[in-house]
Ligand binder design. Sequence first.
Ligand SMILES: *[C@@H]1O[C@H](CO)[C@@H](O)[C@H](O)[C@H]1NC(C)=O
Length: 169
Amino acid sequence: MLLLCHALAIAVVQIVIFSESWAFAKNINFYNVRPPLDPTPFPNSFKCFTCENAGDNYNCNRWAEDKWCPQNTQYCLTVHHFTSHGRSTSITKKCASRSECHFVGCHHSRDSEHTECRSCCEGMICNVELPTNHTNAVFAVMHAQRTSGSSAPTLYLPVLAWVFVLPLL
Ligand SMILES: *[C@@H]1O[C@H](CO)[C@@H](O)[C@H](O)[C@H]1NC(C)=O
């Protein structure tokens, strides 16, 4: 009987190890894999295109500072001012907190004949393009990230409980 319990316990442990490695493999997002260019300063660190009052998008992105965003930011923000003819007059891009991304969309100011569009995105240097209308002046966050990692450990908690209960039977 003791031998049987022991064999069962070993089997359960193997199941736990197997499910753990399976859960790990499931969490790899191959679309996000990039070669490590320089060491990351902290977990989930990222970069944004960063410029202040640039005249056009090419010059904003071309001369953007290449540095990590501060730890209190999670998103990349783009603020685009343009005329009624669609000519850009000012582009500002930076790392932003959630509260700075609260107001996205386009706002037309009647007296100055200018439109301001604001967009936010999540992810490594995601703020490449300029927001120009309500379709692209949005808050774009990544889905299925982090959520899958948090739910996985709860799956094999009952199995772990069995490992401790089995020897007592
Ligand atoms: C918004 O702008 C994008 C890029 O300029 C364009 O492809 C799209 O058709 C526009 N959408 C609307 C609803 O005007």
